[in-house]
Unconditional design. Structure first.
Length: 54
């Protein structure tokens, strides 16, 4: 995607053990907040963010 001119951010969440799956939501919200605040510096639109994960 980066080769097509799309800005890509790779976000890591906390890892287990201990089990922390419930903390992943907060990690993603924090990452989205950072991406939106840094969008102008990176030449992207803060209002146009898509996420994917597994």
């Amino acid at each position: 995607m980066a080769d097509q001119g799309i800005t890509v951010y790779s976000v890591d969440c906390r890892l287990a053990p201990p089990p922390r799956w419930q903390d992943a939501v907060g990690d993603v919200k924090c990452a989205l907040g950072w991406i939106r605040s840094a969008a102008i510096r990176h030449g992207t639109a803060a209002s146009n963010v898509s996420i994917a994960g597994d």
